[in-house]
Write a protein that binds this ligand. Structure first.
Ligand code: SF4
Length: 267
């Protein structure tokens, strides 16, 4: 990606390039995806300075949290959906009546993207627009997600995007534990088919359901979790809808994306 295009995507993230007055940026900084962090305003950093590694140096091994977040095997997951392919799984989801959300949905929102993707992006549930269009992450939040991915060199078409729930909770309420438990086997089977190198959980609800925890998103960020029997590395960041409401946290999301990119490069 050329530097002008990358700057455009970073600008969409609210990470416009700027320089200290009277000091010219190095050419490599102006074009580098790491440049915004290097030019960050002098606010306290959450991430230790040692994690900000110049491109020319080796990236340190990400911290891992192996045991706490592991999703234990369930007889309702792989076993229930064993042996299905993509079309069969899509058909099963479209006909699903496992929870009451089947009564209020316009349609199921199965997921979209490259079925051989390295990256799996997982949100919580379809919203009103997703319910209408049948595709996850559309509208303004979807556009911001696209920009976030572009900023780390990924087109939307290169990743796979899905939600924990395939049907919209009325009024955009949070999914209930029962709904999540009923629907997660579908995502697990999508993961079994996709075999991603990395999962990016966007938003607190998605992260907490995937990791079976009530730990805050702030504490789940910047760590490598492991999901399910396949032990897929999982990184947590903010939901783009939240970032639209709270643009001051876009820089943290940028740190998370870079972190995830480092993790993926090591898989
Ligand atoms: S949310 Fe999931 S489990 Fe519930 S009806 Fe929809 S597809 Fe089935």
């Amino acid at each position: 990606m050329n530097s002008a295009l990358r700057r455009e995507y970073l600008a969409a993230l609210g990470l416009e390039t700027w320089v200290v007055r009277g000091k010219s940026p190095l050419p490599s900084e102006a074009a580098s995806p790491d440049a915004p962090a290097a030019r960050e305003a002098p606010a306290p950093r959450e991430v230790p300075a040692s994690r900000e590694v110049p491109a020319s140096r080796e990236v340190p091994a990400p911290r891992e949290v192996p045991a706490l977040r592991e999703l234990a095997p369930r007889d309702s997951s792989a076993a229930r959906e064993a042996g299905v392919d993509w079309p069969e799984l899509r058909a099963r989801v479209a006909a699903c009546t496992r929870c009451a959300l089947c009564n209020t949905r316009t349609q199921t929102v199965f997921g979209v993207g490259n079925q051989t993707a390295d990256w799996l992006i997982v949100g919580e549930a379809p919203g009103a627009e997703e319910d209408r269009q049948g595709e996850p992450f559309v509208g303004r939040a979807g556009q911001l997600l696209n920009s976030m991915l572009r900023a780390i060199g990924l087109a939307r078409e290169q990743v796979y995007i899905a939600n924990v729930l395939k049907c919209r909770p009325p009024g955009n309420r949070d999914p209930s534990p029962g709904e999540a438990a009923e629907c997660l086997p579908y995502l697990e089977q999508q993961i079994a088919l996709l075999k991603p190198k990395i999962m990016l959980a966007v938003g607190r609800i998605a992260a907490q359901n995937l990791l079976r925890t009530d730990v805050t998103l702030g504490r789940l960020r910047q760590q490598v979790h492991r999901f399910g029997l396949s032990q897929v590395p999982l990184v947590v960041t903010y939901h783009p809808a939240y970032l639209l409401r709270t643009p001051t946290d876009k820089r943290k999301a940028w740190e998370d994306l870079k972190f995830a990119r480092e993790v993926c490069a090591r898989v």
